[in-house]
Ligand binder design. Structure first.
Ligand code: ADP
Length: 189
């Protein structure tokens, strides 16, 4: 099973993807987590990515695709994976389809989590206090939401056009949202 989870920053996609990984026994691949790992380890890639992430912009397609290619070739991804945070623009979407075709692992479904903007802002403010992510400050949050609207929303449109998109209401208790996602996968995966 290959799943893409799409949603704005603060939509809960990372938390829901982590639970899907545990219950479906497939890999959870978060490009944000991979990048934060590189930043923490101070690798050359991490040093390049850090400033871009702190500004709320997108790290270059080339860097992220290289990281993703390496990650999907690891053994735990052979039974499938949940992509969280990728693709984030139309070029990444095209690159993903080529990559998945090449490795013979086509996508089953893309899930779009809907959460109204005022709730996203409130959630991210809460997360800034709890986790201290350097990109959860108000100015960067505004920029990330802007990038989402401009660059990532068209990705959802693409998946809609190829009939691979399922939209899920991301408002409500965590367990309820999770149950909606599972139902969406059962019906469309
Ligand atoms: P969120 O969706 O809450 O913003 P992520 O952890 O998915 O959090 O992403 C954090 C940051 O990492 C992004 O703002 C961006 O700078 C970078 N990033 C993550 N995934 C990608 C990607 N696919 N392409 C480019 N940049 C990315």
């Amino acid at each position: 099973m290959r799943i893409v989870v799409l949603g704005a920053p603060g939509s809960g996609k990372g938390t829901q993807a982590a639970r899907l990984k545990n219950e479906l026994g497939i890999a959870h691949i978060s490009t944000g987590d991979l990048l934060r790992g590189q930043v923490a380890a101070r690798t050359p890639l991490g040093l390049k990515a850090r400033e871009v992430m702190e500004a709320g912009r997108l790290v270059s397609d080339e860097i992220v695709l290289g990281m993703l290619e390496e990650r999907v070739s690891q053994p735990d991804a052979s039974k499938g994976f949940i992509l969280d945070g990728y693709p984030r623009n139309v070029a990444q979407c095209v690159a993903l389809e080529a990559l998945l075709a090449r490795i013979g692992q086509p996508l089953d479904v893309a899930i779009l989590l809907h959460v109204p903007e005022e709730m996203l802002v409130a959630r991210l403010a809460g997360r800034a206090a709890a986790e201290g992510r350097t990109d959860d400050n108000p100015e960067t949050v505004r920029q990330r939401l802007h990038v989402y609207e401009q660059q990532t929303a068209p990705v959802a449109e693409h998946f809609r056009e190829i009939d691979a998109l399922v939209e899920v209401d991301g408002v409500g208790p965590f367990d309820e949202v999770y149950a909606r996602i599972l139902r969406a996968i059962e019906h469309n995966g």
